[in-house]
Design a protein around this ligand. Structure first.
Ligand code: AMP
Length: 418
């Protein structure tokens, strides 16, 4: 696989860079531009080599069913997107991009992301310029990997660089179709520095060496169904799987325990039973829980710690202190840790302790083990609680890092570059 480093003189060359600028935002206000900053090493390197850089990213999800019939022009779509807060234009990202690039770079924005408007904007670029194009998901063909769209995008450029690890598990037009077309024409396709680093770090969790054992996976978050395949794979690769968060109640129920009104992924009960049988004690579940009678933070709500069965009327929202201790003891023995999913509703101060306890246990492994936080909500928690520097690697892709483990190191957006 080529990397940006391998790309030599790029003067006069137009380079399509798929970045992941899917930043946290409220309306048009961006609360964290880390994802933009994370792509700068790749962009800066391309600019240094004289390239004309075209940046493509998605931002948010587009619910096409919500769009009114007949509203098909770009302006209609823009208006609808804003009104329903379905997704936003990437235009507000331009200012953050300019600041991150250091203001000497000429950055333009194209509100068209295909057709004559985009072609003109690309043609106007000079060596060392950057063009940020509109949200790729404003085009229905993007997520369908529409061959016409891929062909059109590919026809505008000479080189493709993939630096959107968070989207590498999606075979969309901008992540898969474009490099496929360019490869067929013998044009270079490469990965950016961010993707290269992610792949190198995560492959260690996929191809497990003896010196990295015991290998402990920690899973949390909401739905068992979403993580089914990864549990299967992790059972084969890991020595222990610690399960906390909402998904642990499905396992508790499968073991015959009462879980009150805790979150239950009913369709995954049989699967959970099968996993527990196959694991022969290697799946570690919580022994106590922080429960509440109101998920909403209303005054006077009941919050207490319960061991064993959870009665009706209350729900588990965090692991309890005994579970935190038990989990920490297992983590302390690990030579490698992969963590995806918070231990509780960490967004509420009252239910953060379990997730913090896991952060602390991993911090205590600093210098002694290889520790990975697999992105998504757990990465947000790690950053929020100030433990990012204690991890060997914090991934930028929650779904992508899980799928990479699940598919033995394969992701469509990376495989197509090979
Ligand atoms: P996921 O996207 O699957 O990683 O799920 C993350 C979400 O799970 C976060 O928003 C947490 O608040 C939520 N979560 C974790 N534990 C619980 C729980 N015990 N009950 C309800 N939600 C939870």
């Amino acid at each position: 696989m080529l990397t940006v480093k391998d790309l030599q003189d790029l003067h006069g060359k137009k380079v399509y860079v798929r970045v992941d600028f899917n930043v946290p935002h409220k309306g048009e206000v961006i609360s964290d531009d880390n994802r933009i900053r994370a792509a700068i090493p790749t962009i800066a390197d391309l600019l240094k080599k004289g390239a004309r850089v075209i940046l493509m990213s998605h931002l948010g999800k587009v619910d096409w069913k919500k769009l009114k019939k007949g509203e098909k022009t770009q302006e209609d779509i823009d208006g609808q997107m804003k009104k329903n807060d379905l997704s936003i234009a990437v235009s507000p990202l331009k200012a953050h991009l300019e600041a991150a690039l250091g203001h000497e770079v000429n950055v333009s924005f194209s509100k068209e992301n295909r057709g004559e408007g985009l072609a003109k904007a690309v043609a106007a670029l000079k060596d060392g310029d950057v063009l940020l194009a509109q949200n790729t998901r404003y085009l229905p063909g993007e997520e369908k990997n529409d061959p016409e769209l891929s062909k059109e995008w590919a026809s505008l450029v000479d080189v493709f660089v993939m630096d959107a690890f968070g989207s590498a598990h999606r075979a969309h037009a901008s992540t898969y179709g474009v490099p496929e077309c360019l490869k067929a024409e013998g044009k270079p396709v490469a990965c950016g520095y961010l993707v290269q680093n992610e792949v190198e770090k995560l492959m260690r969790c996929v191809e497990v060496k003896d010196e990295d054992r015991p290998y402990v996976a920690i899973l949390g978050g909401l739905k068992v169904t979403d993580k089914i395949q990864v549990i299967d794979t992790l059972l084969k690769k890991c020595d222990y799987i610690i399960i906390g968060g909402a998904m642990s109640y499905t396992f508790k129920k499968a073991q015959g325990e009462e879980i009150g009104s805790s979150f239950l992924d009913e369709g995954a009960l049989d699967y959970a039973k099968k996993c527990l049988e196959e694991a022969h004690g290697r799946i570690i579940l919580p022994v106590d829980a922080v429960v509440t009678d109101s998920f909403e933070p209303v005054e006077g709500r009941l919050i207490k710690v319960i061991e064993g069965n959870i009665p009706e009327g209350v729900e588990g929202v965090d692991i309890g202190p005994k579970s935190a201790k038990k989990f920490a003891e297992i983590i302390a023995k690990a030579k490698m840790v992969f963590w995806n999913g918070p231990m509780g509703v960490f967004e509420q101060a009252e239910f953060q302790e379990g997730t913090k306890a896991v952060c602390e246990a991993i911090r205590d492994l600093s210098g002694k083990a290889f520790t990975v936080c697999g992105g998504g909500d757990s990465a947000s928690a790690v950053k929020q609680f100030g433990y990012k520097a204690d991890f060997s690697h914090v991934s930028t892709g929650g779904g992508a890092s899980l799928e990479m483990i699940q598919n033995d190191g394969h992701l469509p957006g990376v495989d197509i570059l090979k």
